[in-house]
Design a protein around this ligand. Structure first.
Ligand SMILES: [Zn+2]
Length: 201
């Protein structure tokens, strides 16, 4: 029977925990046996998933570590690495007993929001920027503001503060605020579009 290898799903699930356990505080990724760094794509020095107990079907976190392809093969005949592997399993189990998995997952969720959440948050932030910009620029004394400049200013502000922003999106946010129920409207004056405050009824 051919031994199956770790699926991408299992690897994705184990990777953040391996990094947390074996490479804390941004430590460089190195081989668990020789402690030298990995060279991606290299036949000998690329990173492989090491099964410490030599059973490939054992996909438990405590049985997994990262090693060079070369060191992974060398272990089959090299007693020192076999002894190290047994020690690693023990240490990994101890680590797991002490590790707060729930807290880790909670923090990861905060740090890495899903794509969908990020998009909603960005939209909200950008609409907020648009509202602020118009309130700031369109006043009783200055009741109009050129549309094109507003689009580019709002886009620039969004990009500066959130790292995202597009003139198309800014145009849409302005249009929403200038809809027939909005506080503003767009008027053409002297051949140019202006954002104008709607007169209070
Ligand atoms: Zn190595």
């Amino acid at each position: 029977m051919r031994a199956r290898s770790l699926t991408p799903a299992i690897k994705a699930k184990r990777t953040p925990l391996i990094i947390e356990r074996d490479y804390p505080d941004g430590a460089e990724f190195t081989c668990c046996y020789c402690e030298q760094r990995f060279i991606s794509g290299h036949p000998r020095w690329k990173k492989t998933w090491e099964h410490l107990d030599n059973h490939r079907e054992n996909e438990e976190l405590s049985n997994l570590k990262w090693a060079h392809k070369y060191c992974n093969i060398k272990k089959k005949t090299f007693t020192d690495y076999q002894i190290m592997a047994r020690e690693f399993i023990k240490k990994n189990q101890e680590w797991q007993n002490a590790f707060d998995f729930e807290e880790f997952l909670r923090e990861r969720k905060i740090k890495q929001p899903t794509e969908e959440q990020t998009e909603i948050e960005l939209n909200t932030a950008h609409v907020q920027k648009t509202v602020e910009f118009l309130a700031e620029k369109i006043t009783d004394e200055e009741p109009e503001y050129p549309l094109d400049d507003a689009i580019y200013c709002i886009t620039a502000r969004c990009r500066k503060e959130t790292g995202h922003g597009s003139s198309q999106a800014s145009r849409n946010y302005i249009k929403e605020l200038c809809c027939s129920e909005g506080l503003y409207k767009i008027e053409k004056k002297r051949g140019k579009n202006y954002i104008v405050r709607r007169n209070a009824l």
